[in-house]
Write a protein that binds this ligand. Sequence first.
Ligand SMILES: *Cc1c(COP(=O)(O)O)cnc(C)c1O
Length: 480
Amino acid sequence: MPLKHPHHQADHPGHGNRDIEVNPIFAREPLSVPRYALPSGEMEPETAYQLVHDELMLDGNARLNLATFVSTWAEPAALRLMSECAEKNMIDKDEYPQTAELENRCVHMLARLWHAPDPRHAVGCSTTGSSEAAMLGGLALKRRWQHRRRAEGKPADRPNLVMGVNVQICWEKFADYFEVEPRYVPMEGDRFHLDARHAVELCDENTIGVVAVLGSTFDGSYEPVAEIAAALDDLQRRTGLDVPVHVDGASGGMIAPFLDPDLEWDFRLPRVASINTSGHKYGLVMPGVGWALWRDADALPDDLVFHVNYLGGDMPTFALNFSRPGAQVVAQYYNFLRLGFDGYRRVQQTCRDVATSLAARIAELGPFELITDGSDIPVFAFRVRDEVDNFTVFDVSAALRERGWLVPAYTFPKNRTDLAVLRIVVRNGFSHDLADLLLADLRRVLPRLEKQPGPYRSEEDAGGFAHGAETKNPRHPGRH
Ligand SMILES: *Cc1c(COP(=O)(O)O)cnc(C)c1O
């Protein structure tokens, strides 16, 4: 049975169980094919291509999608390499040793970029994205904690993980799938992410680690990783509890090294055990590639590592999947080679310039108030001022959608569920020109919204495209 989805099958207006009609110009072909059953026979490749192609026209325009963090543009040369590598399976290290070698080089480049104390001894791997990388990072924390507890003759059956309630949904999944109690620090007042004091307050002998997010999904802000690490150093001095930090740098891991080189958030902090990033976000690769790195071999327990054949020898691997495309890893290496440090810096700086300037101009419009200004990761959130009572962020989102812009609106989690925001993610390819067009469209819809007698739309009408900034699932126990 397919997973239930609000847009599934018969729920979709106009579709029902009607077959797909094929354009009659393809006269040699069956003129209709079943929609939800495997067709009984073949059809010409060109006909099948046209059918699929036409159906996909209804997808949104990815370049106008300001909801996603994931790349929607790549250089033609990167796309060419990817299609040349379409058949490469990342796990076949023995068959494709050069692809494996490129993965290895990327890991070493990231280890240096993130200041691993001895980059040659940092360990890491590619993944399908930050979600898989988060699972691996979390599993390593859990296993390390279990080993230590067992060695001390203490129970190891009630692990917990401390994080802000603003973590991306992948951490909620990690906790749920791998049976770790999630301990969320709620938002409070103008604090929309984890802080050091509250992180430490939730730690105890069963805490496997603290997750600090560099670039919160909800508002783009950096969490104070160094302060959190210092507070945990202090906790260890006072109590002996040694709680490691995993940094979720899904976005920020590829922004901060280039734009905020003096910000200490990475392996320069001895307490940071592991870091993940999404190669397909500000790593500038098309979806899906991510990276997980550990500061040294001690941070990644041996018994989590499996071995595959590699040039007749053996290659350690740590992954949830077996088979996985290699093309994205090749594209990541291409980007590193092609752009270098300076190229990444220029691309990310442009994103930050577009984000901060667009945020400032939105703030000047009047009805909006910035939550963040795009100066951490190039992502910012803004709200409708309290005084405005006749339209909501959900009305604004819907009005922009009329022009093709996808700007998500959503409410914040505990204890700021009263606060609803819009969020704009500026990615490579969202130029100053496009930002001007968005602003012009926002200006154009405002007079209409301001004349509304009252709000038309509430949270229930919002599209489900907050990209991980959804409310934590109350179905799951132990999270509040
Ligand atoms: C996007 C994101 C994730 C999930 O990453 P994927 O690469 O989409 O799996 C995790 N954490 C944060 C902070 C993110 O922004």
